[in-house]
Design a protein around this ligand. Structure first.
Ligand code: NAD
Length: 483
C-alpha cells in the first residue's frame, strides 16, 4: 500500500517549492480524515511559474525541437504513468474518493492522452496555397507560447493530461493550476516531466485557491492561451479575463445531458450505460447521464431496472475494493454531497419522488445513496440544473419531437444519447440534438480520439481527438515572391 507523504510541494521552474499562501489541508472524502498538506501558491508563485514558462518558450528549446522528438517526450510520460499506476491511483482515490479500479482507469486514460497526442506531434502540419507563377505560399501552425491550464477536481488526471499532452506536443509551455480539492495526484505530472527530461520551465504544476492563484493565472499578462474545465460561473470569469488580454480560451463547462430511450431499445445495454453514465465517479461527471427521457412503454421497466441497479451497488470508501465495477465511492466533499441531497429534497417538494436513494449515508466521509428520481417534469430544478452527484431523473416523452424538445430544453449542450434499434431514428435524433457529442446505444461510446466539448453554456472549443491540437496553435502564413 502506498504511503501518502504528509506534505506536498508545487513544481515551478524545474524545482519543488513551498507556497507563498502557506499550506492547505487535503481531506480524504472516504473517511473524513485529514490526508496530507499541500503547498498553496499565491499570485507571486503564479508569476514565477508564468515567467519560467515564458523563458522556456522564448529560449526556443521546445519550438526548435523536431516535433517527433517533442512527441517522444510526451509519449515517455505515458510510459512513466503506466509504470507508476498503482501509486498514482492510490493517491487519487484517497484524495478524490473514486474507487481504486476507477482511479486505475483514470491513470490509464491519462497515459493514453500522452500516448495519443505524443504520437501526433509531427502531424500538426500546415499547407501550401497556390498563388500562381512567381509565388510560394505556405502556412505554419505555431504554438501560442504559455498555455495556462485550470483544472477541476472530478477527473484531475484525465483533464490535465489532455491539455498538457496537447500543449507540449505542439511546442507550448504549460502552467497547470490543479484544483485545491485534488492537488496531490497532479504532482505526478511534474514527476513524469522530470523523468522524461522536459526542459526546465516547460511544465509547471501548482495548487492555489481559485479566486487567488486561479484568477492571478487567468489574468496574467504573459500567458498566451487558457484551457479551463469547471463550472459555468468560473468559466465566465475566465472568458472575461481572456477577452481582456485578447487571448483565446477553451471552456469545458457543465452539462445536464439526456438519454432518449425509445420503446425498441435494448434495455440490457441501456442498463449497462446507466451504470457508467450516472454512477461512475458518484455522478460527478460533466457528461453524466443525468436525465432519461423514456417512451411511456418502457418507462416503468427502466425505473425498476435502475432501482435494482442502485440497490446492488455497494457504497463505501474507494480504497477498500479493487475489483472492476465493485462499488461506488464518496462524493468529493460534505458540501457537494449536502448540495446534491438538498436538490433531491427540492425535487420532492416540487412533486417528484425518490424511487430509490436520495439521502446522505450515515458513514464518516461524504457518501450519498445512488438515486433515481421519478415523476420529474422538464421544468423542475432537478431537470434543469447540474446535481453533480449520483442522481438521475426519469421523465416520459409524448412523441419523438417531444423527446428531442425535452433533451434540448436546458441551457447546456455537452453530450446526449439515443437508444433505439432503428438507426434511421437514431440518425434523425443525432441531427437534432443540440450537443457536442451524441452517443447512440452506448453512453460514453466515444473515447480520447473523439472531439469533446459543448454547445450552449457547456462551453466552446474541443478537447480530445485531433481537433483538440488546433486549440494550441495559431496559423502563420508565409508568402514568398520569387525571382
Ligand atoms: P470550479 O469552476 O469552482 O473550479 C474549477 C477550477 O477553477 C479549480 O481549479 C478552481 O480552483 C478554479 N477557479 C475557481 N475560481 C476561479 C477564478 N475566479 N479564477 C480562476 N480559476 C478559478 O469548479 P469545481 O468546483 O472544480 O467543479 C464544480 C463544477 O464544475 C461542476 O458542478 C461542473 O459544473 C463543472 N465541471 C465541469 C467539467 C467539464 O468537463 N465540463 C468537469 C468538472 C467540473
Amino acid at each position: 500500500m502506498t504511503e501518502i507523504a504528509p506534505y506536498w510541494q508545487n513544481y515551478i521552474d524545474g524545482s519543488w517549492t513551498d507556497g507563498g499562501a502557506g499550506r492547505l489541508t487535503v481531506d480524504d472524502p472516504g473517511s473524513g480524515e485529514v490526508l496530507a498538506e499541500q503547498a498553496l501558491a499565491d499570485a507571486t508563485d503564479v508569476d514565477r511559474a508564468v515567467q519560467a514558462a515564458k523563458r522556456c518558450h522564448e529560449s526556443g528549446v521546445l519550438t526548435d525541437m523536431r516535433p517527433l522528438e517533442r512527441g517522444r517526450l510526451v509519449q515517455g510520460m505515458a510510459v512513466w504513468f503506466r509504470d507508476h499506476a498503482d501509486e498514482i491511483a492510490t493517491v487519487l482515490t484517497r484524495e478524490q474518493g473514486k474507487p481504486f479500479w476507477e482511479a486505475k482507469g483514470e491513470v490509464e486514460n491519462a497515459a493514453k492522452y500522452f500516448e495519443y497526442f505524443g504520437n501526433q506531434a509531427s502531424t500538426v502540419e500546415g499547407k501550401s496555397i497556390p498563388l500562381g507563377a512567381g509565388y510560394i505560399d505556405y502556412t505554419v501552425p505555431e504554438p501560442y507560447g504559455v498555455s495556462a491550464q485550470i483544472i477541476p477536481w472530478n477527473f484531475p488526471l484525465e483533464i490535465a493530461a489532455r491539455s498538457i499532452a496537447c500543449g507540449i506536443a505542439t511546442g507550448n509551455t504549460c502552467v497547470v493550476k490543479s484544483s485545491e480539492m485534488t492537488p496531490l495526484s497532479s504532482s505526478y505530472f511534474a514527476r513524469a516531466g522530470e523523468a522524461v527530461g522536459l526542459p526546465k520551465g516547460a511544465l509547471n504544476v501548482l495548487t492555489g485557491l481559485g479566486g487567488e492563484a486561479g484568477a492571478a493565472l487567468a489574468g496574467h499578462p504573459d500567458i498566451d492561451q487558457i484551457v479551463f474545465t469547471g463550472s459555468v460561473a468560473t468559466g465566465q470569469r475566465i472568458a472575461a479575463a481572456a477577452a481582456n488580454s485578447v487571448i483565446p480560451c477553451v471552456l469545458e463547462l457543465g452539462g445536464k445531458s439526456a438519454a432518449i430511450v425509445h420503446e425498441d431499445a435494448d434495455l440490457d445495454a441501456f442498463e449497462a450505460s446507466v451504470r457508467k453514465g450516472i454512477f461512475i465517479n458518484a455522478g460527478q461527471v460533466c457528461s453524466a447521464m443525468s436525465r432519461i427521457v423514456a417512451h411511456p412503454k418502457v418507462h416503468d421497466e427502466i425505473a425498476d431496472r435502475i432501482v435494482s441497479l442502485a440497490k446492488s451497488l455497494s457504497v463505501g470508501p474507494g480504497i477498500e475494493r479493487t475489483e472492476f465495477g465493485a462499488n461506488m465511492g464518496p462524493m468529493i466533499s460534505v458540501k457537494q454531497r449536502d448540495r446534491a441531497v438538498g436538490m433531491v429534497a427540492q425535487a420532492e417538494a416540487d412533486g417528484a419522488s425518490a424511487a430509490t436513494g436520495g439521502r446522505a449515508l450515515n458513514l464518516p466521509g461524504s457518501f450519498m445513496e445512488p438515486t433515481l428520481m421519478t415523476g420529474v417534469t422538464p421544468d423542475m430544478q432537478i431537470a434543469q440544473e447540474e446535481v453533480f452527484g449520483p442522481v438521475v431523473s426519469l421523465m416520459r416523452y409524448g412523441d419523438e419531437a417531444d423527446a428531442i424538445r425535452i433533451a434540448n430544453g436546458t441551457q447546456y449542450g455537452l453530450v446526449a444519447g439515443v437508444f433505439t434499434r432503428d438507426l434511421d431514428r437514431a440518425g434523425r435524433a443525432a441531427g437534432k440534438l443540440r450537443a457536442g457529442q451524441v452517443f447512440v446505444n452506448e453512453w460514453f461510446a466515444g473515447g480520447i480520439e473523439t472531439p469533446f466539448g459543448g454547445y450552449g453554456k457547456s462551453g466552446y472549443g474541443r478537447e480530445k481527438g485531433r481537433e483538440a491540437l488546433w486549440n494550441y496553435v495559431q496559423t502563420k502564413n508565409v508568402a514568398i515572391r520569387l525571382g
